[in-house]
Design a protein around this ligand. Structure first.
Ligand SMILES: NC(=O)C1=CN([C@@H]2O[C@H](COP(=O)(O)OP(=O)(O)OC[C@H]3O[C@@H](n4cnc5c(N)ncnc54)[C@H](O)[C@@H]3O)[C@@H](O)[C@H]2O)C=CC1
Ligand SMILES: O=C(O)C(=O)COP(=O)(O)O
Length: 463
């Protein structure tokens, strides 16, 4: 394997041009999906490289379904249960072509700079805030996620937590575990007839809205977009309107500069006395010292937190003041449910995410399809078939500057271009072209010529 960043064709080895009819880039048949259905039965397996040379690093206990799909491709898959400290991550990422992470691993520009062979990142979760998406795009590294496979799991957790908070179940259960009988009705409520305020009415917020109405709640929501209400839910114009009206407030916004500290001291002041707060979005959205004050003063009657500004790397690690300076204060509060970022952690969600993201990674590595990528333009060409044995697929990721297509077409224009597609997103453009009647020497020539263009970000030739 070349030590350059690309997975390059092995130009010296003409035998690799022959494609093996027994090889397949289809994912295992047990994982049927829209992706599998779109691949024709006589799809030609593209062999840009010996698949056993592809190195994949999976962190944070990615589900077995995903691991199997990648292993069955013949890739070398290394699997770790937790995330890695930055220095160890940098050591490992230098070597790999594909990395799979969840919400904890931070793929910053500093880390990605060292990832000389990396072509694609799979976020086996919804959030992609942990990855420097722009830096990755600028290096030609595609990023995929699973946009809604765990939404239902989060929505169900929030429903459960509302009942738990309204009935102080966490406290009663802890007391019983400590041997104390404490039968209380004071300050305990039904959720029926109460108002739920949802901040961020996207996949999770909207799903939750339907479930909450089925429990007899009234739903209001605040979102920066004008979004169609489900059921009898009602969009409010300003966050303050929601804070003033809701009995239960729940956050479902992404981590963005605009959502940082979105619920802080000023917002707690605007809430009704005795209201409840739930945050299963990102730890930066709620100002936790302000929440501690609001709970101590009785303004907030209960809260559930699933996410924190700093989270431990893996199971068994401590959640203490070394991690977040207010850790002990938080843990001392009554009617506060603390969970270790388990909103999306169900068997159903993790299995579905494993399949969806692993298939996207395989499709990208083997076919170059960016369908569903969150940081590159979406470009897809139909699969080459076994009837097209002497074809090569050229992928040219380049700076989105004037004149590039002319130069590229000067290079590929002497050949028979069967199909070509190009699209851009911001500063980066992605071109894919299938060329027929090519031999090993032509592939080498195409590759070298494209690589020498000043607009080049990354070139791959699949054949
Ligand atoms: N605790 C957990 O395990 C999980 C947490 N999450 C977190 O939940 C977040 C939301 O997930 P989805 O509903 O799938 O995302 P989504 O993208 O479908 O919805 C987010 C909504 O928030 C809105 N929004 C963005 N900025 C806003 C602002 N400043 N004010 C008001 N609304 C704003 C958007 O317009 C959108 O409607 C994810 O980004 C992720 O960080 C997601 C899954 C599991
Ligand atoms: O899907 C998300 O964005 C989540 O927050 C869930 O993250 P996780 O896969 O549990 O690390």
């Amino acid at each position: 394997m070349s030590n350059a960043r690309d997975i390059r064709p092995r130009q010296d080895d003409a035998s690799l041009l022959a494609t093996s009819p027994s090889a397949s880039f289809n994912s295992p048949s047990s994982h049927s999906s829209a992706f599998n259905r779109t691949v024709p039965v006589n799809a030609k397996p593209l062999k840009p490289f010996a698949t056993e040379d592809i190195k994949v690093l999976l962190l944070e206990n990615v589900n077995q379904t995903g691991r199997e799909i990648l292993s069955q491709q013949g890739y070398q898959v290394e699997f770790l249960k937790s995330s890695l400290p930055e220095d160890q991550l940098i050591e490992k990422i230098r070597d790999v072509h594909v990395i799979g992470i969840r919400s904890k691993t931070k793929l910053t520009a500093r880390v990605l700079k060292e990832a000389k062979n990396l072509i694609v990142i799979g976020c086996f979760c919804i959030g992609t805030n942990q990855v420097d998406l722009q830096y990755a795009a600028d290096q030609g590294i595609a990023v995929f996620n699973s946009p809604f496979s765990n939404s239902r799991s989060v929505a169900e957790l929030v429903i459960g937590e509302m009942v738990m908070l309204a009935r102080q179940l966490g406290d009663r259960s802890s007391e019983m575990h400590a041997g104390t009988w404490n039968k209380v009705s004071n300050g305990c409520w039904e959720i029926r007839g109460k108002t739920l305020g949802i901040i961020g009415y996207g996949h999770i917020g909207a799903q939750l809205s339907v479930l909450a109405e089925a429990m007899g709640m009234s739903v209001i929501y605040y979102d920066v977009l004008n979004i169609m209400s489900l059921g009898t839910a009602r969009q409010v114009e300003a966050l303050d309107d929601l804070l003033a009206e809701a009995d239960f407030i729940t956050c479902h916004v992404p981590e963005l500069p605009e959502t940082k500290g979105m619920i802080g001291q000023k917002q707690f002041e605007k809430m009704k006395k005795g209201s409840y707060l739930i945050n299963a979005s990102r730890g930066t959205v709620v100002d936790i010292p302000a929440l501690i004050d609001a709970m101590r003063s009785g303004k907030v009657a209960g809260a559930a937190l699933d996410v924190y500004p700093n989270e431990p790397a893996g199971n068994g690690d401590y959640f203490n003041n070394d991690l977040n300076s207010w850790g002990a204060d938080l843990r001392s509060l009554k009617n506060l449910i603390l969970t270790p970022h388990i909103g999306g952690s169900t068997e159903e969600a993790q299995k579905a995410i494993g399949v969806e993201v692993a298939q996207a990674l395989v499709r990208y590595a083997n076919e170059g399809s960016t369908l569903g990528a969150v940081n590159l333009p979406e470009v897809v060409l139909r699969s080459l078939t076994m009837d097209e044995p002497d074809h090569a697929r050229v992928i040219y990721i380049h700076k989105n500057i004037p004149g590039v297509l002319r130069k590229v077409n000067e290079i590929i224009g002497d050949h028979n271009v069967d199909k070509q597609m190009t699209d851009s997103r911001g500063d980066v453009a992605y071109l894919m072209a299938d060329i027929s009647n090519v031999d090993a020497a032509t592939i080498k020539e195409l590759y070298t010529s494209l690589e020498s263009l000043p607009s080049r970000i990354m070139t791959r030739v699949l054949y």
